[in-house]
Design a protein around this ligand. Sequence first.
Ligand code: SF4
Ligand code: SF4
Length: 785
Amino acid sequence: METPAPTRALSQFVLKLHSRCDLACDHCYVYEHADTSWKARVRATPDEVVERVAARIAEHAAAHRLPGVQVVFHGGEPLLAGPARMRRAAAALRGALDGVCALELGIQTNAVLLDERFCDVFDEFGISVGVSLDGGRAENDRHRRFADGRGSYDRVVASIGLLREPRYRHLFGGLLCTIDVENDPPAVYEALMALEPPRIDFLLPHATHDVPPPRPGGARAPYAQWLLAVHERWTAEGRPVPVRVFDSVRRMLRGGSSLVESIGTDPVDLVVIETDGSFEQADSLKTAYDGAPATGMDVFAHSLDEVAAHPGIEARRQGKEGLCDECRRCPVVDVCGGGLYAHRYRTGSGFANPSAYCGDLMELILGIREAEETERENPVSTASGQQPQHPLTEDQIDQLAAGHGDAATVAALAAEQLEITRGLLTAVWERAPRDGRTAAVWRVLAEVDEAAPQALDAVLAHPYARTWARHCLETGGDGGADVTGLAEFAAAAVVRAAGRYEATVRVPVHDGAVRLPGLGRVLVGAPDGEDAEVTATADGFSVSAAGGTVRIDVHGPGDARWHPVRRVGPAGWSVALEDTDRYRDAHQWPPVPRQDEAEVKAWHEDLVAAWDFLGRELPRYAPGLAAGLGTVTPLVPPGDGSDVSGAARQAFGAVGIARPASPDTLALLVAHEFQHVKLGAVLDLADLYDPQDTRLFHAPWRPDPRPLEGLLQGTYAHVAVAEYWRAQARRDVPGAAAPFARWTRETAEAVDRLAGSGSLTPLGERFADGMARTVAPWLSELNGV
Ligand code: SF4
Ligand code: SF4
């Protein structure tokens, strides 16, 4: 069964809690740019507006079965709403979404009024706090001033001091800095870093072609130069915190998704709710013309489905198709995406233009790409001469150590896995026979990489690419290496690159079929070892062999000879149900053969329900799973009714599972196995223990002693298992209390054993500490503390 076409849901909401501000920044797009709608707005958002917003979001999330939504309190200055109103707003949202989907709550504030009363509300409702600050005192106070001209720096830094106290530290979400190219970039960066933020965002000041950005001295791309100077310092320091604009470009260069609205072609699914309940498009449009963000809709009269269909919101969900011709032809369009929508505005042509920052965006992307290539070729040549031991940030390590890892963290692991697989592909090629055939295949791979790198990345992100490559390298030298995989991967890349690159690839037939890794297989009726030719077509692809030609129209009616990998699960988190790849037998238990439609339908329904459970009951795991789990490989059930599942170090992004009796158990198996997937990816990057230690250790849950890595893997997996049973116990599921108690105590015992092994590296100790901190409150619950 194919997954239904994705519905156009909205999942990010900016909720204005106050329409005025206690600062008078001269670069403010709310009060100082074209739009003047703020003048007519009610000041503080009435409770009935917030309650209506909460009900609208809940209704929308339930209808679209969203795993989670994000709501950010905004303004003007949201703290002007006061702690009591803020508390009511957070309670209304949490109450409405409880049991519907995960809710990520945040606030973006100038922090002038921040005090303990607000922090206690943030703590109670888990509200992450982003603070706007433009650098040190001199840089910040250039623009961010009170109406009487006083600078705001001292007041804001005092508030950040409160957020840095241990009791509130977990609430500190990061710093948002608007760029002024007159400020010294390293000085701004160091001033921000001195406040130990968990994340930094840099914002281009809003501008259009009508009101272009300031370019002092007529410089061509001063914003790119400014950001690249910061990027150089940040890279030299080992990327100590996530910087979203840099992380987004790096991810997009590797075919990943963007983390910010201002870069990339990902659809924007964000809507703003003003203090009077009006729905508006992104705030940045205030810079274009008076009334630009308006939709004419409000929370009382309109649903979020109606808002999602508004032409202005729809226009920002068109991806590359929605860009002007110049952008569509641009060599960096897949990363840039035309920049922020508002920045494209010009009177007359509207938004059908490249960004007013076009030159800066081009130079920034090329500059980061060049720096990445230099770093890859010469990994010890950074300015400080120091390399981080691993490419994860401190925050990402702490997230993973605690057992979870958000979407960006798991995406970072996936990007590193892709690099490993690329390296293995090259190693296979180097060992393959030096003949014209291998050379032709390698040329196709290199050309696809040039013309459509995302297509090759998508092929190499297939979990069993690495399994195949390792198999080749381990069996190479005796003539048994399955180097035909090179041609299979090249053919799959050509099919994925259709429209951007054309070639015909000769692929040897194997088991009567042509394998297209990650896509499926075509039964060609030719003997093994004979060649088939794979060519992309306008509607799909064709495979020609001695037995004839099979033409696959990927949008048309099915062909019994084409066994596509089917996607199952809910929109927004569908996974490949892999039952075609001959390298999928990697999960300790044998995989099932091709599944019939009834079984695929059952998988689909169970995964929809399992994902619903994960989003609702294990919200700390759901974003990482959504970002990293791409494949489920069905395994043969054991026949005795027991549950079977497995993960493989060589198959990132896949779990093997025999479909269990209930979706809840499926959720448990998915969460459990994905712990192994994450930890395996971490172990590919860094040592957590001394590999020379060959002692065996007893894990509390099994009779046979295990090597230290086995104990570590089991413990990490059982953190998720204990959390699953805790969620079930809290829902009063009969029989859940006992496994919650058992797995919590045994996991805590295993963590102690790891910590006491004397063989953990400092990073390994950090993982043990993180797991201990996660489990400790559950032990207290069990002990009635
Ligand atoms: S703090 Fe923000 S909303 Fe207030 S004036 Fe400054 S930029 Fe505008
Ligand atoms: S760099 Fe310029 S032309 Fe290229 S996609 Fe971005 S805005 Fe468009």
